[in-house]
Write a protein that binds this ligand. Structure first.
Ligand code: HSE
Length: 367
């Protein structure tokens, strides 16, 4: 039985809660995964903690009106750090907003979780991109798990594909569409919509970042490229190493003339091994329509992994969305369940009895 604390109860946290609520029986029967959500803490929506477990339907209903702190019978109003440190959770799910420049406050949440002995599962791109090595080392030193499948292409298993299914290959290059908003804008411009109209629609659909620059200037794609470089290729790639250009200079004329040539503009994130070094970029590229990435429209993401043993493998799937990203957290929780089974903690009384026994000196053996 895992006790979960969800930090950040926006789209992703709620998506996870909905999945857990709906599929509890299936997860137990088919995956042997049992859980109880003991805490939810959100900066705007409020916080509640019950060491015995919260009623998720109640939390979801209260969240709609930013009233989680009115949950009756629970300890309420704790901030994120208190919830992480003081709760009896085994796993912290970090799903607060992402800040690609400072990584805060999520990076502090990451450290607090691991330092207080809790596994960490996240969809947060900022701290995963900027501090991947530090967080991975901290988790390793505490024998805890740090899982982050949802940071790239939401629930589409891009990182698990690379880490598990392609094991034994040398991954030489990863290139792909890792930002749904810009792909949605480019696809809609090709259909005749203006840049502004398409951006507005992406914002209304809820997958654009709060500050549009994060998407359209390529910062979001850059964070994902850095995560791929560090986590998949083990490379030392930082923000300054990524050649980054967004889509703001692509005009309707550019799109139409590409179309006339049988080509399509896509914002491509790329990490490649080149002569002993790893290079990373995010930039608009004019792809031939025969390229598997060229046919990927709307907010969908796609990544092509070029390997030495099996050549190219392309994965296509959602890059954002409530249930899709909530699923990414679920898949990480199931991985923890498989690889680090929850330790059954003895009830306090039993544990005290056991301690007494240990302290009592053994009777001297008769000679
Ligand atoms: N703004 C991001 C995108 C959300 O459009 O892909 C998912 O990371």
């Amino acid at each position: 039985m895992y006790r979960l604390a969800i930090i950040g109860f926006g789209v992703v946290g709620q998506g996870l809660a909905e999945i857990l609520l709906k599929h509890k029986a299936r997860l137990k029967k088919e995956n042997g995964f049992e859980f109880s959500v003991v805490a939810v803490s959100d900066f705007v929506k409020g916080a509640a903690y019950d060491p015995k477990g919260l009623d998720l339907a109640k939390v979801l209903a209260l969240a709609k009106e930013n009233r989680i702190s009115e949950y009756r019978g629970a300890k309420t109003g704790w901030n994120a750090i208190d919830t992480i440190v003081k709760s009896n959770a085994d796993v912290v799910v970090e799903a607060t907003f992402t800040d690609i420049k400072t990584a805060e406050p999520a990076y502090s949440h990451f450290k607090a979780a691991l330092k207080s002995g809790k596994h960490l599962v996240t969809t947060n791109k900022g701290p995963t991109a900027l501090f991947f090595r530090e967080v991975a080392a901290l988790a390793k030193s505490r024998k805890l798990q740090f899982r982050y499948e949802g940071t790239v292409a939401s629930g589409t298993p891009a990182l698990n594909l690379a880490g598990l299914c392609l094991a034994g290959n040398e991954i030489r290059e990863i290139r792909g569409i890792v930002n749904g908003t810009t792909n949605f804008i480019l696809t809609n411009m090709e259909k005749g919509k203006s840049y502004g109209e398409a951006l507005k629609e992406a914002q209304d659909l809820g997958f654009a970042e709060a500050i549009p620059d994060a998407d359209v200037e390529g910062f979001d794609a850059m964070a994902k490229v850095i995560i791929l470089a560090k986590a998949v290729m083990g490379a030392d790639i930082e923000v300054a190493d990524v050649a980054r250009t967004g889509i703001t200079k692509i005009t309707l004329d550019d799109i139409n003339s590409a179309k006339a040539e049988g080509k399509r503009w896509k914002l491509i994130g790329r990490v490649a091994r080149e002569g002993g070094a790893v290079r990373a970029s995010v930039r608009p590229e004019k792809l031939d329509v025969a390229d598997p990435l060229a046919g990927v429209g709307g907010a969908t993401n796609a990544l092509t992994f070029s390997t030495d043993l099996i050549r190219n493998v392309t994965i296509i799937g959602p890059g954002a969305g409530k249930i899709e990203t909530g699923y990414a957290i679920l898949v990480d929780l199931l991985a923890i369940n498989r690889t680090a089974p929850a330790v059954k903690k003895a009830a306090p009384k039993k544990a005290a009895k056991r301690m007494k026994k240990i302290r009592k000196p053994a009777k001297k053996a008769k000679r």
